[in-house]
Write a new protein. Structure first.
Length: 205
């Protein structure tokens, strides 16, 4: 059985959203082997690398990541090939794609080939998010550190999260052929967090 790890590695100096310095992870060695064991302390933004956004990200009083139903994050995931798309994913780009109710849709774009997180990454526009919501998918993932770039009011996030559709950002899908997989996406159990870093893997079915 082939396993695809579609997560970003986390390290100081890694790509972060729009290269914002305050989002860089920091690591400190607090104890080293001369004291018998090695221990480190990490400071991470909850939106570091591959991460899961819960409704509380844009909805006051919304569900936190620790309260998400894990059944949403474990199950069928479908990778769609959108590598021909430029600038943004529209509803028209999704028409004719095998989008099915109950699936977690993972959008593979040119973003998976970028070295960092460019300012002009391909994003999901609100109309495309509405298309996926109407299709009754259970989640949407994108291979960029943001689902949208500079949309006032975050309409893409709101269209999905207000309907309980979970969002995963920061996927790495370069090596993954389009098709159906078993997906496991487990966020860190951070109480009170609107997002959390996650390890996401796909298993061939």
């Amino acid at each position: 059985m082939r396993i695809y790890d579609i997560s970003m590695p986390v390290y100081p100096g890694m790509p972060v959203y729009k290269d914002r310095a305050e989002k860089q992870p920091r690591m400190e060695i607090t104890r080293n082997y001369e004291k018998g064991v090695r221990e480190t302390r990490w400071l991470l933004d909850t939106h570091t690398g591959t991460h899961i956004d819960a409704p509380a990200h844009v909805i006051p009083g919304g569900t936190m990541t620790a309260d998400l139903d894990l059944a949403v994050l474990i199950g069928t995931g479908r990778v769609l090939d959108l590598t021909a798309v430029n600038d943004r994913i529209t509803a028209g780009d999704l028409e004719g794609q095998p989008v099915r109710a109950g699936e977690f849709i993972l959008l593979k774009t040119k973003n998976s080939w970028t070295v960092g997180n460019e300012q002009d990454f391909i994003y999901l526009e609100a109309g495309a998010a509405h298309y996926l919501a109407e299709a009754k998918v259970r989640g949407v993932g994108l291979d960029a550190l943001g689902l949208e770039r500079d949309q006032p009011g975050y309409p893409t996030h709101r269209t999905l999260l207000e309907r309980g559709i979970v969002v995963i950002e920061g996927l790495r899908l370069k090596e993954v052929p389009p098709g159906e997989y078993q997906m496991l996406a487990l966020p860190l159990l951070l109480l009170g967090a609107e997002a959390a870093p996650a390890r996401v893997v796909l298993l061939e079915v």
